[in-house]
Ligand binder design. Sequence first.
Ligand code: SAH
Length: 536
Amino acid sequence: MGESRPAATGIVYLVGAGPGDPGLLTVRGRDLLARCDAIATDALANPAIVAAARLANPDVEVHEVGKRGGYGDSASQDATNALLIRLAREGKRVVRLKGGDPFVFGRGGEEAQALAAAGIAFELVPGVTAGVAAPAYAGIPVTHRGVATSVTFVTGHEDPAKTDTQTDWAALARSGGTIVLYMGVKTLPRIAAALVAGGMAPDTPAAAVQWGTHARQRTVTATVSTLAVAIARAGLDAPVITVIGAVVALRDEIAWFDRLPLFGRRIVVTRASAQATGLRDALAARGAEVLELPALRVEPLDPAPLTAAAQRLAVYQWIILTSQNAVALLWEALRVAGLDARALAGVRIACVGRSTSDALMARGLAADVVPARFVAEAVLEALSTRDDVRGRRALYVAAEDARDVLPAGLRALGCVVDQVTAYRTRADGAGAEALRDALIRGDVDVVTFASASAVRGFVDAVGASLAARAPAVTIGPVTSDAARAAGVGVIAEASEASIAGIVAAVETVLGAKQADRPRAGRSGAVGKLDTPFERP
Ligand code: SAH
């Protein structure tokens, strides 16, 4: 952002969003989203990708266009083409975001043709197509040595009953390779019949993967002749990728995604966006779908008082740091004052919580006091047992809305406290709407809170009555108190104030709840439904 650019040099990037899991967006796609002027997105592209783009790029204009499946009628396709051309002619850099890969049943070719005809510059950024990714997340390799030497991507949009079908189903049946069917839920009975009529063995393994790579991924396995019935029984509907061929049997051996401990779970992360990444990544690595509520944004305040304090560090015997933000801002102040960590050589440091002391350790310093409990009271308790606090002077780097417990308690211990208010945290509304919808649908398993102010930001973002529906997992007792005070039910609390502590608490509480989960469609005569609920 921020680079100046001549007017009327609009360009359209046709970008593949990947199949759903936001981690499967390409690096180039993410970079373009972060610095474009406008986004035109499909229903099939994961809204979390657009939400993240808005975070990185707050001024971007977002247009929702097209139908799910990329096969909107031609009127809506014309409207989409016209929109892209108009935005580019206004000089904008436009990202046209499409589910999967733009050129695989995504009408990306048609949009490129329209842009070329209009003389608009465009570039293509391929994406991970659902036909490869959904099977992969179901443990099905689309080719496998000795099992399948070819794979065909085919649309089920072409009804084999029609006389003008362009697909030679008999030839596909004879090919012996894997068949990956897009958009084929409704036409599957006729396609399966055409394949069997063309010579395919009726007991050829087949699988349907709905919402592949999403937390709500569901997989049904059967045979080519029984899959349609199995899909109907399980109630699967678009978007579904169907895989037909011997490779499907490999799922029994190498399924992995639906065996992850938090697979199928939707978890909200409410930490300030700069800090959310670690928690988000840890939860996603365990198979959860993470909804990010950037509940808080860290806004540094006037740096002058902290810089001034950094310049006279010699007067302090103690520094009290209550968050990683305080650590980061103190380091910035040292840098501005022309100093570095050596300036802290003679000072003792007390931290509230492991995340804060970890931030310090990352800068090469070990805290002198880190209480086991993540509360100001515990810091005071630890300091009150020491004989090097009374009569000394402490620098307290605080957030704007910090409680008074620490400075008041320190003064009561006979310590002189200079409080520098270095930053404040602000609620951020981006992403809040998607979260509200999920809470209304009862579609959220856990909302994580890493601070009392995150609770406030969450309540601000979704409103008190929806917040009351959130099952909270918190980082510690103060945050739990704040949650309860806001009407949010706390179902678990981290026993250690860190990202790992939160993740462990989430796993424990959801693991315990596992036994209560509804048991959905079990293995039947015609097919096997592997839902999240089938894990041991
Ligand atoms: N361009 C897209 C495909 C668009 S056609 C791509 O490359 O993936 C739309 C069809 O894609 C859907 O009907 C469904 O068959 C398939 N599809 C897309 N995303 C999917 C997902 N996450 N899980 C299962 N099928 C998906």
